[in-house]
Design a protein around this ligand. Structure first.
Ligand SMILES: C[S@@+](CC[C@H](N)C(=O)[O-])C[C@H]1O[C@@H](n2cnc3c(N)ncnc32)[C@H](O)[C@@H]1O
Length: 285
């Protein structure tokens, strides 16, 4: 496609990636599967795709609800996380402080971070959820090839359907820049609900302050919500959702990891009368 309606990706980046990527290998993989049948394994009856999700992402028409998005995601992403995709993803793993027994990876895509989580915590039950059944096919394929026992399920990150307080760790990598900020806030509220007290949430994504200073970076990949994401603050959204000990670290300038903890039920409460005298009291939350 070279018409004026072509996306920026199609005009400038696709030719570059065409050189970098082994198209034959991609086609072989694409043709090796019955995508309809394999994606049907993940489709949840009655699941409605939200309107914000049914858009072009990264210049791919039809976004994540296409086989092509799933097949090209890993080969392209390896060039988009400088200086090295695995180092950036490990930036999230390194911030985990707990020894989780149950882990949920939201918007897991093709499962690259989900696999690292399972490798880091081999005895934990690890579940990845995503809206795209095609991304889940690739994720399940990768886990099987790596002989890692990971469950993949189709679900909305903001409404997963799992019970309250059923996870020790909830993660999301490269999800928030693809969501309208109010949906990111809903995902954090859902994470808070899903975590046990003392559980951790970790969000790896584009560095919001770097993105605000590099307009060109935001334009290239045609992410519909990246400007709103960059203008916001994952830290503030996390605090609003109820998380404590919220902190962000830079990951190689272009990315960031924000971590928060669901407070334990025993928390420091400033009662009005005590507040007047400057004293504090401990109470059951
Ligand atoms: C940029 S990819 C990131 C995938 C993966 N986490 C990674 O680090 O490579 C974003 C993923 O989020 C998924 N996604 C977007 N909105 C979602 C939502 N509301 N609920 C679940 N998954 C969602 C997309 O289908 C896509 O697979």
């Amino acid at each position: 496609m070279t018409s004026s309606s072509a996306t920026l990706f199609e005009r400038f980046l696709a030719p570059v990636f065409n050189v970098l990527i082994d198209r034959e290998a991609l086609l072989r993989y694409r043709n090796s599967k019955n995508w309809q049948r394999e994606s049907d394994r993940f489709r949840q009856p009655g699941l409605d795709y939200p309107a914000y999700y049914q858009q072009n992402f990264h210049g791919i028409r039809g976004g994540y609800l296409t086989v092509d998005a799933a097949v090209t995601y890993d080969p392209v992403t390896q060039y988009l996380l400088p200086p090295n995709e695995e180092w950036v993803r490990k930036g999230l793993i390194e911030q985990i402080r707990c020894q989780p027994r149950r882990i949920l990876d939201l918007g897991c895509g093709t499962g690259s971070t989900t696999l690292l989580l399972k490798r880091a915590f081999p005895f934990a039950e690890v579940i990845g959820v995503d809206l795209s059944p095609y991304m889940l096919v690739v994720a399940a394929d990768k886990a099987e090839r790596a002989q890692l026992d990971i469950q993949f399920r189709q679900a909305k990150a903001e409404q997963t359907g799992f019970p309250d307080a059923s996870f020790d760790l909830v993660t999301a990598s490269l999800l928030f820049h693809e969501l309208p900020p109010q949906v990111s806030c809903a995902v954090l509220q859902e994470s808070f609900r899903l975590l046990k007290p003392g559980g951790e949430v970790l969000i790896l994504d584009g560095n919001q302050s770097t993105l605000r200073q590099t307009d060109w970076l935001m334009q290239i990949f045609e992410e519909p919500y990246i400007k709103d994401y960059a203008a916001g603050s994952v830290e503030a959204w996390m605090q609003t959702a109820g998380f404590g000990d919220v902190a962000t670290i830079d990951v190689w300038w272009v990315n960031q990891v924000t971590r928060g903890v669901k407070p334990l039920p025993y928390q420091k409460v400033e009662f009005e009368a005590f507040a007047r005298t400057g004293k504090t009291q401990w109470a059951m939350g």
